[in-house]
Design a protein around this ligand. Structure first.
Ligand code: BG6
Ligand code: MG
Length: 213
């Protein structure tokens, strides 16, 4: 195998939470009277919660204090977590699970590198609560992607050198973070168009070809 470990972004790679993020941000934006749509929602991919709020507030006429911003982010998060309760193991695509199992069977370590503070909750909802060897997420980082921190921590948790890790990402900022960490990057979905990744995947199972010698 070309790598010793694979580090997966969660949202948009292992499962799709975009629509729940959209609904929760839309509820907040509607309450504030700020315009919000799917195009703005796409800009939030891979972006931390507070940085996402700043993007949502670009279309808000008023001014929120730091305290009000924290309350607004908390409001969005509680709507989001309510919506996440609808997720179940049926939201894990069989193709994704089969590819993960194949990678594990080759002896590769499997980790998560996500900006989300809801990572463990989401993994439990989709039946992968105990699946990954290590998790680096929004609860253990101080800097958001494209900063490499989340992936460098994931590699350290796995006990691996960055050069032995491949990152799988659906956001441009995530691909940049992986490369800045000294790791190869496989882009899927939205991230393909940035043209920066080591590999571009059409589907999740294409990953199998990327790791073979
Ligand atoms: C990323 C998502 O994985 O996590 C972003 O792509 C999100 O859209 C970020 O803002 C933070 O997530 P959370 O769950 O901590 O609000
Ligand atoms: Mg993502």
């Amino acid at each position: 195998m070309k790598y010793k470990g694979i580090i997966f972004d969660l949202d948009g790679v292992i499962c799709s939470t975009d629509h729940y993020h959209y609904l929760a941000w839309k509820a907040l934006a509607d309450r504030l009277g700020a315009y919000f749509d799917e195009t703005i929602n796409n800009r939030l991919r891979g972006v931390s919660r507070m940085a996402s709020l700043d993007i949502v507030l670009e279309r808000y006429d008023g001014q929120l204090s730091e305290e009000e911003k924290l309350a607004a982010a908390e409001e969005k998060n509680s709507t989001y977590r309510e919506l996440l309760k609808q997720m179940s193991p049926a939201d894990l695509a069989p193709e994704v699970k089969a590819a993960l199992d194949w990678l594990r069977a080759q002896g590769l370590l499997l980790g998560i590198g996500s900006s989300s503070k809801n990572t463990k909750f989401i993994l439990e909802r989709i039946g992968l609560g105990d699946y990954f060897d290590k998790i680096s997420d929004g609860t253990n980082i101080t800097r958001s992607k494209p900063d490499p921190e989340v992936f460098l921590k994931a590699a350290a948790f796995l006990g691996l050198e960055p050069k032995d890790c491949l990152v799988v990402e659906d956001a441009k900022a995530g691909v940049e973070a992986a490369l800045a960490a000294g790791m190869d990057a496989a882009a899927i979905g939205d991230a393909v168009s940035c043209g920066l990744a080591t590999y571009n995947l059409t589907r999740f199972s294409d990953l199998i070809d990327c790791v073979k010698d």
